[in-house]
Design a protein. Structure first.
Length: 112
């Protein structure tokens, strides 16, 4: 878009300033026309458009106006494993008293 019309018009489409749009181009590593390009183009002496470089690992590939991270399609969660559903743990019966209390009570009848 920045090579098809001046930055002022491109920025107006997104509702931002041209300087902000230039910073977005820098962030995304998008080459943009140099100063005076549109005047040179009008007289037929514009330099050639710079090619878009290959993205490097970690380079941002998308931009949103509010600066939020672009939404990614989330994968569908896997269904729960059916094998785990049938297994149930058996609860142990707890004694009425702890074994140490039972031993202490049998040796000293005043604790009961």
């Amino acid at each position: 878009m920045v090579w098809s019309e001046p930055m002022l018009r491109v920025a107006a489409r997104f509702g931002v300033s041209s300087s902000y749009m230039a910073r977005v181009c820098t962030l995304l590593n998008v080459p943009r026309p140099e100063r005076g390009y549109w005047a040179k183009l009008a007289v037929g002496k514009a330099p050639k458009q710079s090619p878009l470089p290959e993205p490097r690992p970690g380079d941002p590939l998308e931009w949103t106006r509010d600066g939020a991270l672009p939404k990614r399609a989330r994968s569908i969660p896997k269904p729960p494993d059916q094998r785990l559903r049938g297994k149930r743990t058996v609860k142990r019966q707890l004694p009425d008293r702890h074994p140490l209390v039972s031993v202490a009570a049998s040796t000293n009848k005043s604790l009961i």
